[in-house]
Write a new protein. Structure first.
Length: 222
């Protein structure tokens, strides 16, 4: 926004990319800062605190089914066999679909899908599963740390500086396996039609997800 005129970032990006990179940049004086150093309240805090915020899991579309997946307890395990006889008896269950990561139970609502998933009897093939615990993983890390590493850039001589230092300190920090996982239930809503696929979900890499979804449903990313 400038003098009543307004353009989006995307509208300026192409022209900005054609500009040459400046060699000398004059920084703004701290006395002219408008936002830096000031507490700026988040716009979503109130809604998240009073329960009015809407998430993907709150989405409801006409005729929507809910899928809950039975996942293996170990990374790399695959479905060997499964018995869905009890799942089929759960009211609201519409379909049981094997997928590469497990068994998906589709139902008319979440609770029916969850009950159907819990009623599944699954035999897992763990022949290629990762069965290591934190101790084994840490031992592997330590062994790898003793080996030469890939060098992205070399500046100076770190070994010479360390051996010639008057005083050196050494410390080791060890942590168990920590899952990089979201606190909320992972979920998404998909509306698939002949002319397009619309999705609601939380993500970090929407461009990658767009390409993967397009490949899965047989559509062009655009």
């Amino acid at each position: 926004m400038h003098g009543g005129r307004k353009l989006s970032f995307g509208q300026l990006a192409e022209k900005a990319a054609a500009l040459s990179v400046p060699t000398e940049i004059k920084l703004k004086s701290p006395k002219d800062f408008r936002y830096i150093g000031k507490q700026i309240p988040r716009k979503d805090s109130k809604a998240k605190c009073n329960g009015t915020a809407r998430y993907t899991i709150d989405m409801q579309l006409p005729g929507m089914l809910t899928a809950v997946v039975a996942h293996p307890s170990r990374f790399g395990a695959k479905v060997k066999s499964f018995d869905a006889s009890k799942t089929k008896k759960v009211k609201g269950v519409v379909a049981i679909v094997p997928i590469p990561e497990g068994i998906a139970v589709l139902a008319t609502n979440f609770w029916a899908a969850k009950q159907g998933r819990d009623a599944l009897s699954v035999q897992w093939d763990e022949s290629n599963a990762n069965k290591r615990g934190s101790n084994e993983i840490l031992a592997q890390y330590k062994a790898l740390a003793e080996k030469p590493a890939a060098i992205a850039q070399r500046v100076g001589d770190a070994n010479a500086a360390l051996t010639s230092a008057a005083k050196s300190l050494e410390a080791a920090f060890e942590f168990p396996y920590l899952a990089h996982a979201a606190m909320e239930p992972m979920n998404c809503v998909v509306k698939l039609g002949r002319d397009g696929c619309e999705m609601w979900n939380g993500e970090q890499f929407q461009t990658v997800d767009q390409a993967n979804v397009a490949a899965a449903v047989g559509m062009k990313p655009e």
